[in-house]
Structure formats: structure tokens, C-alpha cells
Write a protein that binds this ligand. Sequence first.
Ligand code: PHE
Length: 467
Amino acid sequence: MAKDKVSIHGAWASRWVFILAATGSAVGLGNIWKFPYMTGVYGGGAFVAMYLLCIALVGLPIMLAETLIGRRGRQSPVNAMKALAVEAGASRHWSLAALIGMVAALLILSFYSVVAGWSLDYIVGMGRGAFGGITAEGAGAAFGGLTDDPWRLTLWHTLFMVLTAVVIGRGVVAGLERSLRIMMPLLFGLLVVLLGYSLTTGYFMQGFDFLFHFDPDKVRGGILAAMGHAFFTLSVGVGSIMVYGAYMPKNASIGGTVLAVGLLDTLVALTAGLALFPIVFAAGLEPGGGPGLMFVTLPIAFGNVAFGQAMGLVFFVLVAVAAWSSSISMLEPAVAYFVERTGRSRAQVTSVLALLCWLVGMGTVLSFNVGAEAKFFVFGDDGFHLFQWGAEGGRNFFDSVDYLTSRILLPLGGLAFVLFAGWVLGREAVRDELSMRYPRLFTLVFWLIRIVAPLGVLIVFVAELTK
Ligand code: PHE
């Protein structure tokens, strides 16, 4: 029986380690860096409301689906889906979804590593005391100085990619487990300290309003962005959670576990937003400032409080660690797959894949400076261009990879996973994996997986197309 298989890559000691690993994967730059800046770009409360709705109705059911597919298949996502599809008498081409997800995860890693590299640079800056008493202009200039310099970006990008490869090359995250147990609560603690600081700025309510004031007119503008971000922040739609599920003990309950991971992830994002926006308003900055938001606002806060630089140092270390525990989960699905497929050593497979991601990441490095004019997906007056140098509209390389993965590949991947669980594996298999105590609750959850989550993804896509 499929359920008795064991993965060749290893297994978690208990479901706690799964929670730790999945939370480590989910909580990352998406929560602390991306969520606040996207909320800023898409106008605040309406975006937050859509995001929360997508987490509850679409993100969590998909996370459940991924976890149970992984645990039942006990292999890399591609091979797990292939085996389970064949077992269920369905087409083995279902595994294509996992293949595309795997590629999406590698693409995300390519730019994630660059941004995580920024936090490494800021660790050094805070350590040197470069941000003491800094003004809003000074903080903006410091961030600009970093992104303008391709060599500095390359250095940190390279270092971060090596860190990621080292952990994955060594095998299933045992080394990280112990540090994560300390690091994650510490990260949360520091976020609360930051929240405390933002309360003293006198702009807390303005920040709060910005996050939670619901303006229905703004819903249409950011609905796909909100759904894409819900996938991104939960790490679903690419197979990262699926591969972690493959290492989960059979007797562990999936439902409560997944819920815990989702709640923690949401809590960290909201806390980060509540901590950052008051500082943005107090400093007279624009909330819609884009990807630099966190890297400009945090130094202002840390540069202007007692012991701020030391706190800032610790904070950026934790951001880097949170990013690190996420980045490894982007590499794992592909590493597991190619180890199974080629029989080569984990170290070899990891090196090759990390190098590939590093190369693609160089496109992101350059998109902030010398390559800023290289535009992709340009809808100009003279029609569509896939690539155009110096075009007015369009997206630079970083934006393009982010757009392609978060808005398109993640939702499609998630849709395929949840359809697979709900319709191909079917009720009995899902019941067997979830083994829930209350039949009514199971009916509700199964209905979410089978109908609500897939419909949710489709509705958002249609809403976006007809905008
Ligand atoms: N969830 C991670 C974050 O919020 C990003 C991630 C996406 C990780 C996809 C794994 C897979 O930072």
C-alpha cells in the first residue's frame, strides 16, 4: 500500500519537525518584506482583506492537499504524483503540474537569494553602525547605493546561494532544526519590539487604518496580486510543502498541523505590517514605495532608538535566517527529484541546481542597475513585445520572474494539486490521510478541497482577465 512507503531521502522525527520545517518555509521574506510593500502598492485594507480571504479559502486547502499528496506518495513531488495517479487509474501526466511547480520554485529561489542578500548587507551595515541617527533621505540613499552596485549585490547573492546549497546538500534539515527552534520565536519577539517602537511614533493608528480600512473600490485592482501572494507566503503551489509532507510520519494529524502553520504565517505578516506602516507615515515616506520599503523604513527605526543598531543587527540576522529556512524548501523538490531520477549524490545534484539558480538570479541583480532598461512583457502602442530595451511600460527582469511565478505559476500549480487531491485521489484516500476525528469537519474540509479552493482560483483568474 502506498501509505506504508518510506521516502529514500529520510523522514522527520515527529510532526513537530514538520511544523518547524513548514513554518520555516512559510515564514520568510514574503511576510516581512513582500507583504508590507505589496499592501502599500495595492492601496492597503482592500488588499489585506483579499489576502486573508485567499489564505482561508484557497491557500489552506491547497496546503492540506499538498501535505497529504506528499505523505501518501513518499517521493519527490513529480514522482509522488506520477505514482499516485497511476495507482488511481488516472493519467500520469498529472505529474506535469509538479514539474512546472518545481521549475517555479527554482525561479523564485533565483530572485529570493538576491533579496535575502540585501539583508546580509544590512547585517554588516548595522554592525558597523552605519545607520546611527539616519534620516529618511539617508536611508533611501543607503538602499539606492546598494541596489546600484552590481558587484555588491552579486557578492551577497552568491553567499546566500551557497548557504542554501550547503544545508540542502547535507540532507534533510536536521542541522537547521535546532537553530530554528530558537530563531523563529526570537524573530517574532523582535517584531513585537518593533511594533512597540511604531506605537511611539504617534502614527500607529494611521498605519492601522491603512492596513485595515476596507475600500471596496480597490478590490479589483489587487485581487490576483492578493491571491498570488497568499500562495507565495504559504509556500504552496510549487511542491515545497508537498516534499516536506513526504517526510512526515504516517500517524501525525495533518489538519491541525497545517492550520498552525497558516496561522503563524499570517500573524507574522500582519505584525510586520503593523510595525512598518506607522514608521513609513512618521518618516513622511510613500507606502507605495515598492520592494525597498522594508530596507528603507527599518533603518530609520533602528537608527533612532536606544540600542537600535544592536537590535537592527539581530533583526537582519533573523530576516536572513527566515529567508534561509524558506530558500532551502525551494530547492528541495528539485533536488529530491533529480536524486531519484539520476541516482547521483545529493551534493552533486544540489551544486548543479544551485549554480543554475544563481545564474538566473544574476538577471535580477542586473535589473536594479545596468539592466534596468531591459523590459519584458511589453504591451506597447505597436503591440506586444516579449523583450524590448528601454520600453516605457513592461517589467524588468526581477518583476517579470516575480510576476510569472506568483501570479501565474503558483496559482495554476496550486489548482492542479488541489484538483488532484479532491478528484483523482478522491474521498477515501483523503479521509485516510487526514484521519479526522469529526466526520462533519471532514466533510467541510473535503468540500473546501474539492469545490471551494479550485473555484476560488478560477474566479480570481476570470476577474483578472475581465478587469
Ligand atoms: N513562503 C516563503 C516566504 O514567504 C516563500 C516561498 C515560496 C517558499 C514558495 C517556498 C516556496 O518568504
